[in-house]
Design a binder for this molecule. Structure first.
Ligand SMILES: *Cc1c(COP(=O)(O)O)cnc(C)c1O
Length: 468
């Protein structure tokens, strides 16, 4: 045992192999030495556990260390192919930025910029000003501000406008968005008191009217973005709630979630309330996400009455929730695209994916299917199939978009099928650019709606042979 371990090369000998001499130039002396030590330590443990274990030779060991160095130097945050069929997938970073936005954020990333500096007067400026006028022009709001995400926007709104006071919310709108965002919890943390009205399926105008009292600061409407209650249901439109709120001198806040700035029905997509319609209907403040249907960077936007937005801007929490220059640079460009709605399906990648026709997606799917059929062993059957995409991120949950994808089944006996399919699903994820599909009915399904470039995907799939 002791003699076998003595046969392991020394740290120095390994460092001086040709492979690791080169590796030291790429990764640096310190990192290579640390990985060498870790490998040697692991081998000693393995040898102690199993005295018959085979110990690698010098060159094999150097190569293994080099491979570890190469794989650990890959960035943790990487591009993936999203073939899940969910366009705005929170786990994959939601909206894709247009090139103009990427160029704008790259331009300010490496240089100083006028983030909080007024170039005309030479005085200190306000970061929200870079986008505020455009948001107001697009939504009809008097003022606007930007924070880290929509959860932050809701939080800041409640904390500023309803601290230690009541907020009236319909029981049908006490939503959980996922990732710890629940309206009752956010309300408590923001220091406001939830006053529930109505029932899960029905809330009437008189429910709101009866609940408003001396302690009420605002009525909050929450867009039921990730679920739908069907059947014997009734809710009160923003317009009517606004009327009740105004009559009793309380505020109306609306959390739109995935607020949009254009009526998506124009492109055959399901209706999602727009920010401007909500403000026109009488909301005092509206909150929405920057990276859902809007198609921009992660942020939360508050739009509404000037006095209220100003109070929110002066809340010390605004400082803790603010966003950086990169987000403002990208958001400014994305908002500008909305000044030319005609061309939006071409200029805004998220919308481009959403309006893609099954025919167009089908052509991508065929290319992917051909590549898979060529690369996969005979126990897999590959076929282009119809499937349904979802918009995602809580937007329009029940409406699905007809799409095309590639289905891969295993032709093995039933017992082995499950394992084979899981093996393929895992192998796709381990490709140089991970390919994320889903398993549906015992088959791997790759919805091709979000594939921007079929050639890129095919090139990555060509590595499957060696990875399966
Ligand atoms: C998505 C959503 C949120 C949270 O927005 P984030 O941008 O994810 O923080 C809040 N409310 C509603 C209604 C939503 O749909």
């Amino acid at each position: 045992m002791a003699t076998r371990l003595a046969a392991l090369p020394s740290v120095d000998r390994l460092l001086n192999t040709q492979t690791l001499t080169l590796a030291r130039q790429t990764h640096g002396q310190e990192r290579v030495t640390a990985v060498v030590r870790a490998h040697l330590a692991a081998l000693r443990v393995a040898a102690a556990r199993d005295p018959d274990a085979r110990l690698p030779g010098l060159d094999d060991l150097a190569s293994a260390i080099d491979a570890t160095l190469a794989s650990s130097s890959k960035p943790s945050l990487r591009k993936v192919f999203n073939l899940t069929g969910t366009v705005l997938h929170t786990n994959f970073g939601r909206a894709l930025l247009p090139d103009v936005a990427i160029a704008a954020l790259a331009a300010v990333a490496s240089d100083p910029c006028n983030l909080e500096f007024d170039l005309v007067s030479g005085n200190r400026g306000e970061r929200d000003e870079h986008v505020e006028a455009t948001i107001c022009a697009l939504t009809g709001a008097e003022a606007a501000l930007v924070v880290n995400n929509n959860a932050a926007a809701v939080f800041l709104m409640l904390n500023t406008l309803a601290l230690r006071r009541d907020v009236v919310v319909s029981r049908g709108e006490l939503v959980e968005i996922g990732g710890q965002f629940r309206i009752p919890d956010i309300m408590t943390r923001a220091g406001a008191k939830l006053r529930e009205v109505g029932t899960t399926n029905r809330t009437h105008a008189r429910d709101y009217a009866d609940a408003i009292g001396a302690r009420t600061a605002m009525v909050l409407k929450v867009h039921a973005s990730n679920y739908e209650i069907r059947g014997f249901v009734s809710s009160v439109a923003v317009e009517e709630v606004a009327h009740i709120a105004r009559e009793r001198d309380v505020l109306l806040g609306v959390d739109l979630g995935s607020g949009t700035l254009v009526d998506m029905r124009r492109w055959g997509l399901p209706y999602e309330p727009t920010v401007q319609a909500t403000i026109a209907a009488g909301a005092d403040v509206v909150t929405f996400s920057g990276d859902k249907l809007l198609g921009g960077p992660q942020c939360g936007i508050v739009a509404g009455r000037r006095d209220l937005v100003e109070r929110m801007r002066r809340n010390p929490l605004k400082r803790a929730l603010r966003v950086d220059k990169l987000i403002f640079a990208a958001l400014e460009q994305v908002l500008r695209l909305y000044l030319d709605t005609e061309r939006l399906p071409e200029t805004l990648p998220t919308l481009r994916m959403l309006v893609r026709t099954p025919e167009e997606i089908g052509r991508v799917a065929q290319r992917v299917a051909d590549e898979l059929a060529r690369r996969l062993p005979a126990e897999y059957a590959v076929e282009v199939v119809e499937c349904s995409s979802q918009i995602g991120s809580g937007a329009l949950p029940v409406d699905v978009l007809p799409s095309k994808g590639v289905q891969v089944r295993s032709v093995r006996a039933r017992r082995e099928r499950h394992r084979e399919i899981k093996r393929l699903h895992d192998a796709l994820r381990r490709l140089p650019t991970p390919v994320i599909g889903r398993i549906d009915n015992g088959a791997v399904v790759l919805d091709c709606r979000c594939v921007a470039n079929a050639d890129d995907l095919a090139a990555v799939l060509s590595h499957l042979e060696n990875n399966l």
